[in-house]
Design a protein around this ligand. Sequence first.
Ligand code: NAD
Length: 484
Amino acid sequence: MVSRVIPVEPFDLVVFGGTGDLAQRKIIPGLYRRFWAGQIPADSNIIGAARSELDDAGFQDLARAAIAEFVAKDKHDKKVIEAFLARLSYVAIDAKGKGGWDALKAKMRDGVVKAFYFSVAPSLFGDLAERLHAHKIADANSRIVVEKPFGRDLESARALNAVLAKHFDEAQIYRIDHYLGKETVQNLMAVRFANILFEPLWKSEYIDHVQITVAETVSVDGRGAYYDKSGAMRDMVQNHMMQLLCLIAMEPPYHFDPDAVRDEKLKVIRALDPVKPEDIVRGQYLAGNEQGGYVEHSEDPTSKTESYIALKVNISNWRWKGTPFYLRTGKRLRARASEIAITFREPPHSIFDDAEGWRENVLVIRLQPNEGMNLMVMIKEPGPGGMRLTQVPLDMSFAEALGEEGADIPDAYERLIMDVIRGNQTLFMRGDEVEAAWAWTDPIIQGWEKRGDKPKGYDAGSSGPEDALMLMHRDGRRWREIRE
Ligand code: NAD
């Protein structure tokens, strides 16, 4: 398959927090990969801006090291790296200070796309927006990219939206949720809306339930202080898992257009029922294998923050009434695996005697590792053993189906940054969507805080707390195995 890389327009991209972890691990390597692929015009500029006193060469050295560490070796082309680094410069700026803004303004060109990536703590978003405006660095065509967490409840999200809205229109604000940049997540929309096959079945009449799993093996060690104020609900469910749920549950938009897609997602969020206490299981990993447990990593021996959560979520609308969505996510689990599994109902009547081989159809959308899709279907077991049934996968691993191109799926960040330059907001969250998600999340969190619920302990390397199994067993269902 021939790769189609359509270059974007030349741009000036300022990365506030350019020396930070996210910039060094994701943003700079992602930009390099797009440059290597020929998508970034050679006259584009990338300007790092952070508090450290660095010169251009110092920032280029950081970027060189980031490319060496985070870009696959087959893309290490000395000439391309040097050409890329030549487009990088740096300005020392304190978001709350006065210095550096004139130097930044002097670097910005007219007639190119201007984008500002706020890869800094959200408490600085307001200062940056205000100063970009006051120094007339940003104009009506500029775009700003903001990182998660976008608030920790409805009130703080509203305050962040308000502070950005003072200086930028909604059409200029790109709230990143990197899950939306994943190839399979976008493929979910292609599968649903570019094929006649699934959409007629995409409703509670034919779908028994949906499972969304985001399992991690890592602990919170090293960022326990941050995580302890967040927890799995705020860190994963309110944003990433909510976005996945929306893409599965939304009605077909009239067009693949930013507001049309986001309007449909918003309707789903507004149709979510409150979650009953018995439909929530929170967990905390215990110490094991000579590693500390959650409370040691959080540094608060009495912490009630959840490192695991499982929820049964109901959507009150015509399409989904009667089809629960089960969500689970956690740290220190047995494998790193993110997937969506859509389990169809059993056929109404079986003409075969082989009851044992009987299984429901399942569409599995794998986000990581090994992005791809799998449709589990029933067939006859080969051989002369009579009409025995077995389930096989109709496998669509991108790496295999699309050859080299499938194996080389762009990272979510690089795709999303190119969308910012193109001015396409489809894969970014709109302000009202974020607020609606918090409006659903807040009472759930307040509920367990008020009740004083303690999370259940679970062993490191397990599938999570026992109670989470019961959440499904109770309904006569079971979780899929967590495996890579
Ligand atoms: P970091 O602490 O590694 O880097 C912060 C950056 O901000 C540094 O470049 C620092 O110099 C700069 N900075 C701090 N105070 C400043 C000030 N007053 N003025 C100007 N610059 C200042 O943080 P990070 O991990 O890179 O995270 C950046 C943002 O991205 C945060 O909002 C974080 O929540 C979000 N985020 C990070 C990750 C990740 O994997 N690191 C993932 C998702 C979201």
